[in-house]
Write a protein that binds this ligand. Sequence first.
Ligand code: 5AD
Length: 340
Amino acid sequence: MQDKEIYISKLQEQDPDKIADLYAEANSCTENVCGNKVFLRGLVEFSNVCEKDCYYCGVRRSRFQGIKRYTMSAEEIIQCALFAHKEKYGSIVLQSGEVSSKPRIDFVARIIEKIIESTNGELRVVLSIGELPREAYAVLKRAGVSRYLLRIETSNEQLYKQLHPANHSFQRRMQALKDLKDLGYQVGTGVMIGLPGQTLEDLVEDLFFFRDIDIDMIGMGPYLPDKNTPLGQRQQDYNDEQRLTLSFKMVALARLMLRDVNIAATTAMGTLHPRGKEIALTAGANVIMPQITPKQYHHNYRIYDNKVNIALKSMHLDKINKQIAWGEYGDPKHFVKRTT
Ligand code: 5AD
């Protein structure tokens, strides 16, 4: 069998024992390569204002019902960073909808400088604010950002077109990922799993894509249909259980294929299963991103309906033989290797 067929057959596997074996194999790979530490990234969802209109996303620009648009103040964002620093999270992720104007980039750059200064550089700052011009990525890098998360969403260009309006470009997204890498960022990407029209072959191609672009970090999770979006109203090809199992299998296969990257146990997994993130951590993941956004904003950062944010306190990592890496940056080993 060719590689591709072997991977497809793993995604098709229905035998619970064989699935458990796959997770166990991935877990021992994680432990051999990265140890049993879980890295923390405090997640601040600082604005839901967005210029884009992605068909799957609950904060797309043309959604008006049921959400209020907000942008946190610089002071509020910095307070979150100080909290993450005090709690020894090691890294903070600033995430928002996409806004590419110069004043917005300057606003973010100033906040980053302030965060780095007021935490003595003891906190890695990570951005997840979408597709921006190369020059904006350069400005943000100079301000002190270490990592950038930008999902490709799907590596199948045809499927990408079906998920986005005509003015959103797959090639542009690819260019953004290249720019980030050129500029020296630790780069993360990922996909949604169980989209309408997505095949198991597409998912295997996603894994090859991660390998071929030599990515440092991966964040992926089940697609969650939201009734307020065009894609959520379409006929679905997968149910929640299928999407969740496929997501765990994708984490395991990504670990076995890529070995030294960081892989996140994501919010969408925790939304579909109360122990979803723990399961991912025993199937190849080694990063969690506890949400530290102030409570008053949670309701409006609705990328999808019924989003569940699992508190760090309620996760029992000792039961799965993992330890939190308090105060560590947790840079991906893959990045260290490819840049030294
Ligand atoms: N279901 C799951 N993930 C989603 N995202 C956006 N909308 C959805 C949804 N309906 C993910 C995208 C984006 C990230 C911030 O959230 O992959 O990159």
